[in-house]
Design a protein around this ligand. Structure first.
Ligand code: NDP
Ligand code: OXD
Length: 321
């Protein structure tokens, strides 16, 4: 084995999952050995790690580790590892390709609820020609985006361009042109009260875990034009209480839901969410990380670090995102 610095890549549980990433990194970082978890690389040679849902403990005992890169925008999968070395900086993906994909998904599903896509699919299956003369204009539909970060701001801005009446909610106060901004626990109720379609793009942290529950759904607007509030979650499954979503859909607290993320993934075949007529399920693919784009980003970050520049897109480990 060489004595060169190494990048350790850990994706899921098998080497096969890591394969496309290994090739992408090796092509961009010829001065490093690019190793998969389990490859024979001396721990002290590992300077960098790039990980997505790695086995907990796999990044411990690497004395030369300078930075850990998430292969996605979220870092909850890394920070949940109690053995993640405490002093090592963690960076996440901020990539225009990923951001654009997420906004496409959000627009698709907000427009689908607004223009009653499920209803017309059902009618077509029944060969039934029936119109709804009371469809509201986009400007009469209030969309609330939870999380005004990289993804939330892009989605909110594009929803505004379509014509929706858009608000956003974040931890600290934000000023986004054209968007009514609310912040913190003190701003949450007012934000929910004016929301017909709730779009969730929050990270999973100890503060946000489980917050999409019955109490929150009960605070959404009851006077909207869609026959009841709609939930759209592409943040993380750990944000939501699925039993409360199902109860809310059945008792009318919620009119419909589109979910890309789940308490347990893959969503179990037995989950009633698959079959509920008011639920749309997508398989955690609202915004996939493209190995080429993300390898470009991370390779650029490593080269910049080696030039002595600060790590870009580092997360605040005390804040958990
Ligand atoms: P950012 O870190 O850029 O933004 C996070 C936003 O959430 C910020 O506005 C932040 O507030 C807000 N926030 C965090 N904690 C709280 C809180 N306790 N109360 C209120 N607001 C809070 O993240 P991104 O926009 O890049 O990504 C968001 C999440 O989307 C990721 O963490 C990931 O979980 C998910 N994701 C899902 C994908 C999918 O395919 N389903 C793909 C990519 C990402 P503030 O502005 O004050 O910091
Ligand atoms: C991400 C994701 O965080 O794909 O990037 O969920």
């Amino acid at each position: 084995m060489s004595g060169r610095d190494a990048l350790l890549v850990s994706v899921g549980r098998s080497r096969a999952e890591a394969e496309p990433w290994l090739a992408s990194f090796a092509a961009r970082l010829p001065h490093l050995d690019v190793a998969a978890l389990g490859d024979p690389v001396a721990p002290e040679r590992v300077r960098y790690a790039a990980a997505w849902r790695h086995p907990h403990g796999a990044l411990a005992d690497l004395p030369g580790l300078r930075a850990v890169f998430s292969l996605g925008a979220g870092v909850d999968h890394l920070l949940a590892d109690p053995a993640l070395p405490p002093g090592v900086p963690v960076a996440r993906v901020v990539d225009p390709d990923l951001t654009a994909r997420m906004s496409e998904w959000v627009l698709l599903h907000v427009l689908g609820h607004h223009r009653q896509a499920r209803r017309y699919r059902r009618q077509q299956a029944e060969s039934r020609w029936a119109d709804d003369p009371y469809q509201p204009a986009a400007r009469a539909v209030r969309v609330g985006v939870m999380g005004l970060g990289v993804l939330g701001i892009d989605a909110a801005t594009k929803l505004k361009v379509v014509g929706f009446d858009v608000a956003g909610w974040s931890r600290s106060p934000r000023d986004v042109p054209g968007i009514a901004c609310f912040a913190g626990a003190e701003g949450l109720d007012a934000f929910l009260r004016r929301t017909d379609i709730l779009v969730v793009l929050l990270p999973l942290t100890p503060d946000t875990a489980g917050m999409l529950d019955a109490a929150l759904f009960a605070k959404l607007a009851r006077d909207g034009r869609l026959g009841g509030p709609v939930l759209i979650n592409a943040g993380r499954g750990g944000l939501q209480r699925e039993a409360d979503i199902l109860r809310g859909l059945d008792d009318g607290t919620l009119a419909a839901a589109t979910l890309d993320v789940f308490e347990r993934e893959p969503l179990e075949r037995e989950s009633p969410l698959w079959r509920h007529p008011a639920v749309t399920v997508t398989p955690h693919n609202a915004a996939l990380s493209d190995p080429e784009a993300v390898a470009d980003l991370i390779a650029g970050q490593i080269v910049a670090l080696e030039r002595g520049e600060p790590l870009r897109h580092a997360v605040d480990r005390a804040r958990n995102y």
